[in-house]
Design a protein around this ligand. Structure first.
Ligand code: AMP
Length: 113
């Protein structure tokens, strides 16, 4: 897998605002926030997207979802938040390292663009 901006952040080579860190993932603030809370949950394992995950990653994917919900709740948005992951350029993925967007703090319409 190609190196990415998230790989650099994971290795401490680029700065970021950290909201959470554990042995399996980090959570940082998005550099171009689309909502008052816009966090990125990024696994340390360099998966390109959820499309490349396997059954071996099931526990990791579950962990990422639980961390996403905790981050929303910890920031006062436990009652209304959105978790999104883009898989593939056609779906809007610009960084080819799996990440969950956590968005909250404004009305979130459906469907997303
Ligand atoms: P996606 O387009 O789904 O791949 O999401 C990538 C996200 O990473 C975008 O929302 C970007 O604003 C965000 N991003 C890119 N570079 C950085 C960075 N250095 N620090 C924090 N977020 C970033």
């Amino acid at each position: 897998m190609a190196d990415t901006v998230f790989g650099k952040i994971l290795r401490g080579e680029l700065p970021a605002t950290f909201l959470h860190q554990d042995d399996r993932c980090i959570v940082i603030r998005d550099i171009a926030p689309r909502a008052p809370l816009h966090a990125l949950v990024i696994p340390r394992k360099p998966l390109v997207s959820v499309a490349g995950a396997t059954a071996e990653d099931a526990a990791l994917l579950g962990h990422l979802m639980l961390v996403a919900a905790k981050v929303a709740a910890d920031h006062g948005h436990g009652a209304a938040f959105r978790v999104v992951t883009n898989a593939g350029e056609g779906a809007g993925q610009s960084v080819p390292h799996l990440h969950l967007h956590v968005l909250a703090g404004r009305p979130l319409t459906w469907p997303p663009g």
